[in-house]
Design a protein around this ligand. Structure first.
Ligand code: LIP
Length: 286
């Protein structure tokens, strides 16, 4: 019993720290938007990164390592710099310092800081700060989901024809992949659904599912850091997480479906043309 209490206390302390870090990171993003952004490319000319992404991740990493020196870290820019992307049983922070980097570069007003925490490979809490909306989404396993302290609840809609579905085009520009992405969108649009949306950041799309604004969000091509925090928030708001083929969510698979209920999830799955990106935890030489 003492160990359970100890673990819970660490998680509460870690979550409070994550919220404070997300807010500080959001200030850095807002400040950087007032200045020229240095744009660099990663896997392609449309997979962007900026010094702000790197500075924000450095702020979070250094602060976490100081306060929780035994904890592990998976961060988008650390992995881009060659750190392994492997989730172990060790308490692990999973961070996207600037989710919606392309939006950030263009000044398109949806940019989020996403911080998740896992122990024994189980997600324990998620924090997503939509820093241009000043919306702090938080959720801890078993304790509910909130936006700026207000409880969140997914939509109760079970009719796909009365739904809005979110997705993104992603950053893969290979024609055969783009064909699958558009074919899936055509299938879903023609069900028909009320509409399709995407704000340009996975974490924010997931928070919109948790808020009941959209019934589901799916995407193939995301990374674990894009969706880890949002997964806790959707789940604690009464939603569910799956792989796009109907299997259980596999955080490293680069595939996600977040939905308000099983009825909507199963209807969407029938329309998705699945493909398998290289996993986040694939050996580095892959
Ligand atoms: C983005 C995701 C988005 C995806 C983009 C990009 P980033 O994350 O949030 O869902 O479509 O290709 O991966 O790179 O801005 O942190």
């Amino acid at each position: 019993k003492m160990r359970v209490i100890f673990v819970a206390n660490v998680e509460v302390e870690a979550m409070d720290h994550a919220v404070a870090l997300a807010r500080k990171a959001g200030e850095m993003v807002r400040e950087a938007l007032q200045n020229e952004r240095s744009i660099m490319c990663k896997s392609s000319s449309v997979d962007l990164v900026t010094q702000t992404d790197q500075k924000v991740e450095q702020l979070i990493v250094s602060s976490v390592k100081e306060k929780f020196p035994t904890h592990s870290f998976i961060g988008e820019e650390s992995v881009a710099a060659g750190q392994p992307c492997v989730l172990t049983n060790n308490p692990t922070w999973i961070v996207d310092p600037v989710d919606g980097t392309t939006n950030f570069v263009h000044g398109y007003p949806f940019v989020a800081v996403s911080i998740a925490f896992a122990v024994n490979k189980e997600l324990e809490f998620g924090v997503v700060y939509s820093c241009l909306e000043d919306k702090m989404y938080t959720a801890r396993k078993g304790k509910g989901a909130f936006c700026n302290g207000q409880p969140l609840q997914v939509s109760d809609q079970k009719e796909i024809n009365q739904s809005i579905i979110a997705t993104e085009f992603g950053s893969n520009r290979e024609p055969e992949v783009v064909d699958k992405i558009f074919s899936t969108m055509r299938n879903i649009l023609c069900l028909p659904v009320h509409g399709m949306r995407g704000v340009g950041t996975a974490a924010t799309n997931m928070c919109l599912v948790a808020s009941g604004c959209v019934e589901a969000y799916y995407e193939i091509g995301i990374h674990c850091w894009d969706v880890a925090a949002g997964a806790v928030i959707v789940s604690e708001a009464g939603g569910l997480l799956m792989d796009v083929d109907g299997g259980p969510l596999d955080l490293m698979s680069r595939r996600v479906l977040a939905a308000n209920n099983k009825t909507i999830a199963e209807r969407i799955i029938k329309e998705i043309e699945v493909f398998k990106p290289t996993r986040d935890d694939a050996p580095m030489d892959k």
